[in-house]
Design a protein around this ligand. Structure first.
Ligand SMILES: [Zn+2]
Length: 564
């Protein structure tokens, strides 16, 4: 592997306190190093921005429901396709791109790490087959654990260590990365045509509440020393008035944060920040949510930003997708995944003329601009739920430029314009804050020590954008910003130039991260017990359930020592 020197760019590396200074970055053997010798290759980054590669903490790119979505929506494919080249494979998809296309499109935007947030443990094999076929990026997936019988049963008896044994076993069996909780209790209830109304509702047959599940898994997360916190999609997501549920969800783990560190990641916050009694009185709850996040350090969150246009919604929140189907009357998919979770898919179009959709657009940006600390708020669209990830450059421009926001504001529903808080917010992200929201912050929240920064020893994942902050007023020239962030001048993955001038010049395989939590002998004794009951609960044999490590193309286990 040749040594490489990225010369004279404006470097943004907030984790190392570097804020747009002109610097060289030296690369050797896929890592950032102090210096390289004279025979190295050089990239002249003069007049360009240099950042760590983008890190996406929440993007539905692979697995059972994503693939069902692809089958449900042929119209998503023929409008948008990738032509085969000597380097790249062909592919399709606007909102649900095929696997290879997903990798290429992320790389073109300078992204090098993408984590999928929702893997039913039972569908882990398929999820990894798709991850193996997603090139260019490092990746991982979070198993859905908030409604799994093996979690609910011990939690209902207060047996946290037994629950931890199951979670550790599942992370290894599914080659998963973090504990994902979606509408806790609601997905189990959905199997009986019910849902959870609030965090103190009772889950049928188990006699526990969403609060018990959230607190229980938060404790388990700490017992296992997992690199990421619990990753939470709230109850009542997508319903008017749900900001109170969101506040209660954040509050319910407040006392579990002992060292001023985050213990919960609240994902796609926009969908959980609705005020009002119904869709007529619907309004933004962003101020209340942002105020809480600003005053507490145990929460990190991401936007779930709406971008107007056509997309496909998909989530494990089956009961919510039923509501969305009733609102849209579109074709849809809904399913129950045995003892583990549920799923729903509904095509959707966010319209500027719709008061609700336009207010949702405003809420996402209000949250991002009112949460003052960028280390707590990351850029996502909950791809593809609020928009395909390919719209990130638009969001970047709205974060950096009030003018860009105002321009679009004039075109949205008049009623939404009058109610929006955006005209009262002058804040524009600095490039350093943008770097935090799109790479440094998510990398830190995920416990990825070699990502999200450009210090010595970091993975040489780098994005270079052709925009000169000394010559261009970024807050005014938002179209230039969009162009630059849409087509990275260079994307470097593990020290290899993979994108040049927005085009793929080399295809590489990224690693798949998963977490191996080493538990005590006592805890491992729960596993045979699991085997005993497996055949009572599942349609698959215990032996066929775990994904063997050789099934993962570039396996990258992160070993942690559990406290139990
Ligand atoms: Zn999601």
């Amino acid at each position: 592997m040749p040594e490489l020197l990225v010369r004279n760019g404006f470097v943004y590396d907030p984790l190392n306190g570097i804020n747009g200074e002109r610097m060289d970055i030296a690369i050797k053997n896929g890592k950032i190093v102090e210096k390289v010798d004279r025979r190295r290759k050089t990239i002249d980054a003069s007049g360009m921005i240099v950042m760590p590669g983008g890190v996406d903490i929440h993007s539905h790119i692979v697995g059972g429901k994503v693939n069902s979505g692809r089958m449900l929506r042929p119209e998503d494919h023929f409008k948008d396709f990738e032509v085969k080249t000597e380097i790249t494979r062909s592919g399709v998809g606007h909102s649900i791109p095929s696997t290879f296309t997903t990798g290429y499109r992320y790389a073109r935007m300078g992204y090098t790490t993408v984590f999928d947030p929702a893997m039913p443990p039972l569908k882990a094999r398929h999820t990894h087959e798709e991850l193996n076929d997603t090139p260019m990026i490092d990746k991982a997936s979070y198993p859905l654990l908030g409604d799994c019988w093996y979690v609910l049963e011990p939690l209902s008896k207060g047996l946290f260590e037994e629950c931890a044994a199951y979670v550790a076993w599942t992370l290894e069996a599914t080659k998963g990365y973090a504990i994902k909780i979606v509408n806790p209790g609601g997905l189990e209830a959905w199997g009986f045509g019910r849902n959870m109304r609030n965090i103190d509702d009772t889950v049928p047959h188990f006699g526990i509440t969403p609060r018990d599940i959230l607190r229980g898994l938060c404790k388990v997360n700490k017992l296992l020393n997992l690199p990421h916190t619990i990753h939470v999609h709230t109850n009542n997501l997508g319903k008017p008035g749900n900001y109170t549920t969101c506040l209660e969800t954040m509050k319910c783990v407040e006392d579990l944060a002992t060292d001023n560190k985050p213990v919960m990641h609240l994902t796609h916050c926009q969908f959980s920040s609705f005020k009002g009694e119904d869709w007529v009185t619907f309004e933004s709850g962003a101020e209340e949510i942002a105020k809480y996040v600003n005053n507490h350090n145990h929460i990190t969150t991401d936007m779930g930003q709406v971008v107007f246009g056509e997309t496909t919604t998909m989530t494990a929140d089956g009961p919510f997708q039923y509501i969305l189907y009733q609102l849209s009357h579109n074709k849809w998919v809904n399913s129950d995944v045995e003892t583990e979770t549920s799923t729903g898919i509904v095509p959707f179009k966010y319209k500027k003329s719709s008061f609700v959709h336009a207010t949702q657009w405003s809420i996402g940006l209000e949250l991002a601009l009112l949460v003052t600390d960028p280390w707590k708020m990351y850029m996502t669209t909950d791809h593809p739920n609020a928009s395909p990830f390919t719209n990130y450059p638009k969001i970047v421009s709205w974060l950096l430029s009030k003018v860009a926001r105002e321009k679009l504001m004039k075109k949205i529903s008049k009623r939404a314009q009058h109610k929006s808080l955006l005209p009262t917010i002058d804040r524009e992200y600095t490039l350093s804050e943008l770097t935090i929201a799109t790479r440094a912050g998510p990398a830190r929240a995920l416990g990825l020590k070699d990502k999200g920064h450009l210090g010595i020893g970091a993975d040489a994942d780098i994005a270079i954008y052709n925009i000169n902050p000394e010559q261009i007023d970024i807050s005014k020239k938002y179209r230039s910003v969009r162009r630059a962030f849409k087509h990275a001048a260079y994307t470097i993955k593990d020290g290899v130039v993979v994108v040049k001038d927005g085009e793929i010049v080399k295809s590489v395989n990224g690693r798949t991260y998963w977490v191996k939590a080493e538990t005590s002998k006592a805890l491992q004794e729960f596993v045979p017990k699991l085997k005993e009951t497996f055949e009572d609960y599942y349609t698959v044999q215990y032996e066929n359930y775990p994904v063997p490590e050789h099934h993962v193309a570039v396996s990258s286990p992160l070993v942690v020592k559990a406290e139990v």
